[in-house]
Ligand binder design. Structure first.
Ligand code: HEC
Ligand code: HEC
Length: 192
């Protein structure tokens, strides 16, 4: 451990800073994106983040963004940690149809909650956090799984079976409408 630190010519902060220079133009300062179709990265699980970057690099998860394939493994780990620590940076409120949120909530409870618990604020089976994620990104990704552009995770195909595009879009609206952090009253209710 000590040897590795001595051998590394850059500090942790420098590794993060140089890597982030290419990410901020789309994912925003501290991972809060302001561009439709671009996901927020702040607060994301480091394991999921690193897995996504590795899948981009290997080509097993498609992406049109060349910069997704350019980070070294140690940069990915450092950047994953940086974003995970920015969980309290607020995300912008989105313009979301309440009727679709209500429809999506029912589908969520039956089909998605098992791996995306607590309205998408928690995770099981290595799933990403989904609450308050950018709406257009969520809609695109749900359809990408359905059409096979993105490969289903283990057992996730079962959850999707028979759902229409409109139903999947409704769940995307539900996730997008959630707060990133549970309110103190919600936390208390859950502890009972
Ligand atoms: C040109 C704009 C652009 C740049 C630059 C960019 N991204 Fe992205 N990123 C996107 C878009 C758009 C998506 C969603 C579509 C896709 O997956 O390609 C995305 C998706 C991601 C995801 C998947 C998130 C999830 O929840 O599944 C990760 C992780 C990510 N980017 C990390 C990075 C990192 C780290 C950098 C800097 C090295 C970076 N991106 C640079 C636009 C960009
Ligand atoms: C059996 C567990 C499981 C169930 C059930 C499940 N998911 Fe997932 N979901 C995952 C995992 C694991 C990933 C990460 C997949 C990957 O990147 O390889 C994921 C990723 C996603 C993503 C991509 C998010 C991102 O940031 O890239 C979306 C969107 C999604 N799920 C929507 C849904 C919806 C909608 C449902 C219900 C219809 C659902 N999931 C049910 C496990 C599950």
């Amino acid at each position: 451990m000590l040897l590795a630190m001595v051998a590394c010519p850059y500090t942790h902060a420098e590794v993060v800073e140089s890597a982030l220079q290419t990410c901020v133009q789309c994912h925003g300062d501290k991972g809060v994106s302001s561009q439709p179709g671009t996901p927020h990265l702040n607060g994301q699980l480091p394991a999921y983040f690193s897995e996504a970057m590795s899948a981009f690099a290997k080509g097993t998860r498609p992406t049109a963004v060349a910069q997704h394939k350019q980070l070294a493994v140690e940069q990915v780990a450092a950047v994953a940690k940086f974003y995970a620590n920015e969980k309290t940076v607020p995300r912008p409120k989105q313009n979301i149809d309440p009727a679709l949120v209500a429809k999506g909530e029912k589908i969520y409870a039956n089909r998605c909650m098992e791996c995306h618990p607590d309205n998408g604020r928690d995770s099981d089976k290595d799933a990403p956090y989904m609450a308050a994620q950018e709406l257009e990104f969520l809609v695109t990704q749900t359809l990408a799984f359905k059409t096979g552009v993105r490969k289903f995770a283990f057992l996730m195909d079962d959850a999707y079976r028979g759902l229409t595009d409109d139903e999947l879009a409704a769940v995307a609206h539900f996730f997008a409408a959630q707060d990133l952090l549970a309110s103190p009253t919600e936390k208390k209710r859950r502890r009972k």
